[in-house]
Design a protein. Structure first.
Length: 102
């Protein structure tokens, strides 16, 4: 039997792991759900409504932003967050495809 050649792009693998790690946290999922329900929302409304500390909220939003899951738009002194739906949809399709292959 011939072994399959495995060709993994390390940069893509690291980026994929970063995205999945960002999406795998319960509090980040709660923040994403809140953003989704509001389409676009500023950090103050997120932490006040969800009753979180500002610093914790900002840390989680930074992880989501670095992973490319949320987008930001500055309006005056406020930064509004929205979901990058095409990216999230692609991630969910990839996960489903992976799980279906098992």
């Amino acid at each position: 039997m011939r072994k399959a050649k495995v060709n993994i792009n390390n940069d893509k693998l690291k980026h994929s792991a970063e995205i999945l790690r960002a999406l795998a946290h319960p509090l980040r999922l709660q923040i994403l759900e809140f953003i989704d329900n509001n389409k676009s929302i500023n950090v103050n409304k997120i932490y006040n409504t969800l009753k979180l500390e500002q610093s914790i909220t900002s840390q989680h939003l930074r992880i989501l932003r670095v992973a490319g899951v949320v987008l930001t738009k500055r309006e005056g002194k406020f930064i509004h967050y929205s979901i990058d739906y095409p990216k999230v949809i692609n991630v969910l399709k990839a996960v489903d495809s992976f799980l279906d292959a098992e």
